[in-house]
Design a protein around this ligand. Structure first.
Ligand code: ASP
Length: 372
């Protein structure tokens, strides 16, 4: 058996007991994948991310342990992360080349395959709430730009001045990106705090251009699955660029029928082409139906056999390996119908965590080699 390339990793995350008996509920989140290495995160940054992930897990767990719905847990956790400047979603989102924050989000209900998505929001505080409103209150699946903000406002969702989303660290990341690429630097956005306030914010880790997207997957006590994802996209994006996050089946997907919920983070252009989220669900359905041991593409002409791994882990690994073959790096979180979560990545880290009825203390991880 050939081992996977070092950077491809997936971690089974539930106890053997949980793998056999469905927990009452189960919840997992991510806060983005990327080049995240111990040497590059200070102890303070490391602790700040772990605390933020724990808060988001607790928000989801509060919903689920009280018999709440998977969708509500997903929304509660993502809204917290959208408000947290540590993450590339909502406040703290990356900037476009024009110096704006344009926000994308999606949500999907596995019980009836309804879905909602928004792209290019600039004034809606919680894009995930807008995506949910599209799903539940409109006849459409995806709304974009000012129309999407107007719809969100009409649904009573909080509107903010675009400068609400401004953070100095993301602005400096944009300035660096544009300088490196010999592109013009736009005016500092109206309403942004004066330059020099940067010292009030935590210093950024590396790899500011990409990743930092947030997502959540949940199984509730009714046996329903849901997934949601929210992002500012990629630093310096242009021309109304939209990534995988609001593309149903690419960055976000959930299906009770297939027994899976997926939220992705990574190189959106590749994750769209690989239809990462839907593919994982299809792989899980196929593994279950064929009752075969998982096959993993190890690159080149080799194939690895992944005996004894849960389907959810095999499917996540296979798909991330496939996306990397195309050229896209990133990660996914996946929840199966039994409440077994899996985390797979082709990067050196992914902010992530899990909590369940069986294991009610939130557990978080950052680096690829950490057990979860
Ligand atoms: N997938 C996101 C995008 O391409 C970026 C990320 O995951 O951070 O917009």
């Amino acid at each position: 058996m050939k081992l996977l390339p070092a950077l491809i990793a997936a971690i089974a995350v539930a106890s053997p007991a949980a793998a056999q008996d469905r927990p009452e509920w189960s919840f997992a989140i991510h806060g983005g994948a990327g080049v995240i290495e111990r040497a590059n995160l200070s102890p303070e940054q490391d602790a700040a991310y772990r605390a933020a992930l724990t808060r988001a897990l607790e928000a989801g767990a509060d919903v689920l342990r009280n018999g709440g719905e998977a969708l509500d847990a997903v929304q509660a956790a993502i809204q917290l992360m959208e408000d947290d400047p540590l993450f590339n979603a909502g406040r703290g989102a990356v900037f476009t080349a024009a110096g704006r924050n344009e926000l994308d989000a999606a949500v999907m209900n596995g019980s009836d395959l309804t879905a909602g998505a928004v792209a290019g929001l600039t004034t809606t505080r919680h894009p995930i709430a807008a995506a949910r409103a599209v799903m539940e209150q409109s006849p459409h699946v995806m709304l974009i730009g000012s129309g999407a903000d107007a719809f969100a406002a009409s649904q009573g969702l909080e509107q903010v001045d675009p400068s609400f989303f401004f953070t100095e660290r993301r602005w400096q990341a944009l300035v660096k990106f544009l300088t490196d690429n010999d592109l013009p630097i736009p005016e500092r956005p109206a309403g942004a705090p004066p330059a020099g306030m940067a010292s009030l914010e935590p210093a950024p880790p590396l790899n500011e251009r990409k990743f930092g997207t947030v997502g959540a997957v949940a199984l509730d006590s009714q046996g329903h699955l849901a997934a949601g994802t929210s992002t500012g996209g990629t630093t310096g994006k242009r021309w109304g660029r939209v990534g995988d996050v609001p593309v149903i089946g690419a960055g976000t997907y959930a299906s009770n029928r297939d027994g899976c919920a997926v939220s992705a983070t990574g190189d959106g252009e590749y994750f769209i082409r690989a239809t990462v989220a839907r593919d994982i669900c299809a792989r899980m359905a196929a593994l279950r139906d064929n009752n075969r041991p998982g096959l993993i593409d190890c690159g080149g002409d080799s194939v690895c056999f992944a005996d004894h791994l849960p389907d959810v882990q095999v499917a996540a690994r296979e798909e991330i390996a496939d996306a990397e073959t195309l050229g896209g790096k990133g990660g996914v979180i996946v929840m199966d119908a039994r409440g077994l979560p899996a985390f797979a990545m082709s990067t050196s880290g992914m902010y992530r965590g899990r909590v369940s009825a069986d294991d009610p203390t939130p557990t978080v991880a950052i680096y690829e080699d950490e057990d979860l």
